[in-house]
Design a protein around this ligand. Structure first.
Ligand code: SAM
Length: 266
């Protein structure tokens, strides 16, 4: 399992196939809630920044928009292109320095993307720069500093079992942007006004089964790497208890909450 390094396009390229299978059906639920904050229809120019395998791009294009999906990982861009989605083109591009004209999109969106950038403020500024005046910028970011799904599950178990272990540092802007007031202030500083922030919650549905292996589950996480063998064994015991308590058939639901925000370009 590749080490989780969100600043490395190669990490994402290696993960593209598993991301499409496991993460996109989940992030797509939040993308749908976020896109519902704006009117999107035929002729609307939409830019998806850090598009991944294209969850938001596909939904916007299905409403008739002309979508440019961008991501700094060639593997993610190839995964979007391979779907041949009508209305979607895809380009490799760093969201911290978009190779795009000022004011060239009606709607810009970044779901769980800009929040990860080392220079996430530059990401927000770039997003605002390419949004036309009166157009909308949409952001999705996790409410928990360590995100959602299995990352959240592990972070919660680790904190409950070993409260004295030194805390891990959240990536990019995740610590700041998870606070609605600070998210609003950062979007305003980037060039958006009339910022509206809402919460969106969905379960990550972790499929249980004999082939579920711990390295696939947690191996990518810095929360796992820092644990001793004994500590890992205690995490697995806690996981077994959680599964016994919460399982729904062959699925463990992991409730996860995002902040979704819309700002209007000033
Ligand atoms: C958690 S995924 C989110 C993907 C997609 N937006 C979704 O909701 O499923 C994060 C994505 O950000 C991309 N990414 C990270 N840093 C980036 C950067 N500086 N510029 C462009 N894309 C970036 C990664 O390649 C990855 O596809």
């Amino acid at each position: 399992m590749a080490e989780f390094n969100p600043a490395d396009p190669a990490f994402w390229t290696k993960s593209a196939a598993s991301y499409a299978a496991q993460s996109e059906p989940f992030t797509g639920l939040f993308a749908a809630d976020t896109l519902a904050l704006v009117e999107i229809g035929p002729g609307v120019r939409v830019l998806d920044i850090a598009a991944g395998t294209g969850a938001a791009s596909a939904l916007a294009a299905a409403k008739g928009a002309e979508v440019l999906a961008t991501d700094f990982s060639p593997g993610m861009v190839a995964a979007v292109e391979a779907q041949g989605l009508p209305g979607v083109t895809a380009r490799v591009m760093n969201g911290e320095a978009l190779e795009l004209e000022d004011a060239s999109f009606d709607v810009t969106i970044s779901i769980f993307g800009v929040m990860l950038f080392p220079d996430w403020r530059a990401g927000l500024r770039e997003m605002a720069r390419v949004t036309r005046k009166g157009g909308a910028g949409l952001i999705g970011t996790w409410k928990h500093p360590f995100g959602a799904a299995t990352s959240l599950l592990l972070a919660e178990m680790r904190a409950a079992l070993f409260p004295d272990l030194p805390g891990m540092k959240p990536f990019g802007g995740m610590e700041v942007l998870r606070d609605p007031k600070r998210l609003t202030a950062e979007m305003e500083a980037a060039g958006f006004g009339d910022v509206h922030v809402a919460e969106s919650s969905h379960d990550f549905r972790l499929k249980l089964g004999p082939d579920m292996d711990v390295e696939t589950l947690f191996g990518f996480s810095p929360h796992w790497e820092g644990l001793s063998d004994d500590q890992r064994a205690r995490v697995m015991e806690a996981l077994a208890k959680r599964i016994a308590r919460d399982r729904q058939g062959d699925v463990l639901p992991i409730p996860s909450t995002a902040l979704i925000a819309r700002g209007i370009r000033r």
